[in-house]
Write a protein that binds this ligand. Structure first.
Ligand SMILES: Nc1ncnc2c1ncn2[C@@H]1O[C@H](COP(=O)(O)OS(=O)(=O)O)[C@@H](OP(=O)(O)O)[C@H]1O
Ligand SMILES: [Mg+2]
Ligand SMILES: [Mg+2]
Ligand SMILES: [Mg+2]
Length: 399
């Protein structure tokens, strides 16, 4: 048997030498992944094993992107100027950090995964920044993005122009859907919390054929422990949660490298449960949560925090239940739940709508949910669903 050299090109999977392949050149296509091999001696039997380690490269890129975006957000939140906060057409707030974070994540993903099909469904767009009145803001965002890239200590990042920043933001215009791969990005989830100086998250998920296969949540203000029942007892603030389908959920300090596998709490007695809900009463009915909590016999007062930090906290067992009941007419967006939902489900939890249906991320930007979203562990879900049903029926009959 002559000597053989094997060249390979891999996207998202690892390739090793193993089973028999008598080809001087071969192309394998598997789930959109291409691998090509070439033997320097065409008569040499080459052995090739393709073992799937899906989304490894994507996860590394997503963690890098979310961590850098979190750095930009931290810088802005520390010294937030009035001129940094603007109002969108739906009257919700948006800041230079929302735009900067979206531009950075888009730029890093495209750079780190150059051979991947590139589609992002993201919250922000560049419309207001392209107007005359948006020029100063655009300059400030561009400076923030360049400063953050420069602070990476790498000369390899080019300085971005205002046009580059607009283009990176507008990469987020994809509509998503059930075909192919789409990144799902909320550059700052919980902008109201961010402006208040409270919790927020950079939330980045990946959809494959309409299913969430990967999620990263950077929570710059979330302590390593928030009244937790697990061993995260440090004073450190800032967490990165990440999960890949079938691979569990992990947490590490933002910017750190030691990762810990996390699990949802395993209590089965609702009286011992503590419950998360939105900080803003306008985003979720506190009355309805309170009525559900009463039916379950929950004793602790609700913990109100902004953003998908709620999903992160739940994934490490800090609380047992997350209830979200937007007021009538509001349509949930996929970027408010994609990353958070896989972080919780890979930690052993369940995320459904108020009727117990799984969330369907394959329908474009919106999630069609029945009344609300509920999250808990496997043991509590049956009693939670019963309590939710009763509370919703009572509410309907009182109208
Ligand atoms: N009216 C209404 N009802 C329900 N939800 C709404 C509503 N308006 C906005 N949003 C979305 O809520 C996102 C923040 O959710 P939170 O759970 O973090 O709310 S809260 O900040 O704790 O109050 C928030 O995310 P960001 O815009 O990314 O901050 C919005 O997508
Ligand atoms: Mg959001
Ligand atoms: Mg947002
Ligand atoms: Mg918003």
């Amino acid at each position: 048997m002559g000597t053989a050299t094997l060249w390979w090109r891999v996207r998202g999977i690892s390739v090793g030498v193993g089973s028999e392949l008598r080809l001087s050149e071969a192309r394998i296509r598997k789930r959109g992944i291409s691998v090509s091999t070439r033997s320097s001696c065409c008569s040499s039997p080459l052995t090739l094993i393709v073992s799937s380690m899906p989304y490894e490269k994507e996860l590394a890129a997503a963690k890098k992107a979310a961590t850098l975006a979190a750095r930009l957000c931290q810088k802005v939140q520390k010294a937030l100027l009035q001129s940094d906060v603007h109002s969108k057409s739906d009257k919700s707030p948006v800041t230079v950090a929302d735009y900067g974070s979206q531009a950075l994540v888009s730029f890093i993903l495209e750079r780190e995964l150059p051979s991947e099909p590139f589609s992002i469904v993201a919250e922000e767009d560049s419309g207001d920044l392209r107007k005359e009145s948006g020029q100063e803001t655009l300059k400030r965002i561009t400076e923030l993005v360049n400063d953050t890239l420069a602070s990476e200590g790498s000369d390899s990042f080019p300085s971005l122009t205002t046009e580059d920043v607009l283009a990176a933001i507008d990469n987020g215009k994809s509509e998503g859907g059930s075909v192919g791969q789409h990144w799902v990005l909320d550059p700052i989830d919980g902008t109201k919390g961010f402006v208040r100086g409270d919790q927020y998250a950079i939330a980045l998920g990946l959809l494959h054929e309409g299913k969430v296969v990967l999620g990263v949540l950077a929570c710059p203000n979330l302590p390593a422990s928030i009244g937790s029942n697990q061993q995260h007892s440090s004073n450190e603030v800032g967490c990165l949660f990440f999960a890949k389908v079938g691979d569990g959920t992990y947490m590490q300090a933002l910017g750190g490298s030691t990762q810990t596998r996390v699990h949802v709490c395993d209590i089965d007695n609702p009286e011992q449960a503590s419950l998360f809900e939105s900080f803003e009463a306008a985003h979720s009915s506190h009355d309805l949560s309170s009525s559900i909590a009463k039916k379950l016999g929950v004793k602790a007062p609700p913990v109100r925090i902004d953003s998908q930090a709620k999903y992160g906290a739940l994934s490490r067992g800090d609380g047992a239940i997350y209830l979200r009941f937007p007021h009538k007419g509001y349509r949930e967006k996929i970027w408010d739940h994609a990353a958070g939902s896989i972080v919780v489900t890979e930690a052993g939890g369940i995320v459904t709508d108020a009727a117990g249906n799984p969330l369907d991320f394959s329908k474009g930007k919106f999630l069609d949910v029945d009344s609300g979203i509920i999250v808990t562990n496997q043991k509590l879900m049956p009693s939670l669903l019963r309590a939710v049903k009763e509370a919703l029926n009572e509410k309907a009959s009182s109208l």
